[in-house]
Unconditional design. Sequence first.
Length: 230
Amino acid sequence: MDIFNFCDVINPGDVIAVGDIHATAEPYLMFLDWVRDSGAHVILLGDLVDRGGEDLVVLELTRCLLEDPTRNGLEAFTVIRGNHEQMFLNADEGFGWEDWVMNGGNWEDFEKLRKHVGWLRELPYYAVIGDTLFTHAGCPPGEDPQTMMGTHYLREQFLWMRRPFLDDGPQFEKWTPHLKKVVFGHTPKGALPYRIPNGICIDTLAYKTGVLTAYNATQDTFFQIETDPQ
């Protein structure tokens, strides 16, 4: 059984990732209240949109934080691209509309959501901070992420990857001695995070369970916000 240390302590400079929000404003706001004025570096692991119905609230809050994280007393604020952001961007370009809607796309607010297309297109596929790789779905085992950004098919794996990554882990030892773990979302198993080899999944189905999970990568501790499921 995975053993997790749950703790609400944040020190200035701590790097804190949060799992898939999926357009659920209440737990997101509660998370932001928790990290406010902490001096932390916050990382959203993608899938801000779809399924929860509150896409506009989540995106507008996120855009404000990206423009000025110090407004909330944060050291920095990073947002990773998820597969649901990609499906929305595809729909905006005129293809994949049915895939987006079938996967919870908020088609009723589509025109309003389009004002966020510009900054969503700029979201990175991964981030490296210290000895940790942060990405939405995972990474091809044993591969340097930087070498995969030039090809559409390879980039997309960071949005959709499951196996063999979930079985084998990132296998950093095949290409770098500097990275030790990967933090990701995308493939939940319920209301608790879980571990894979050299990796931690913190997607806990917030839109369904009401549980949004954060991970303090600096302290190796977890914090969960619990609300009533929608």
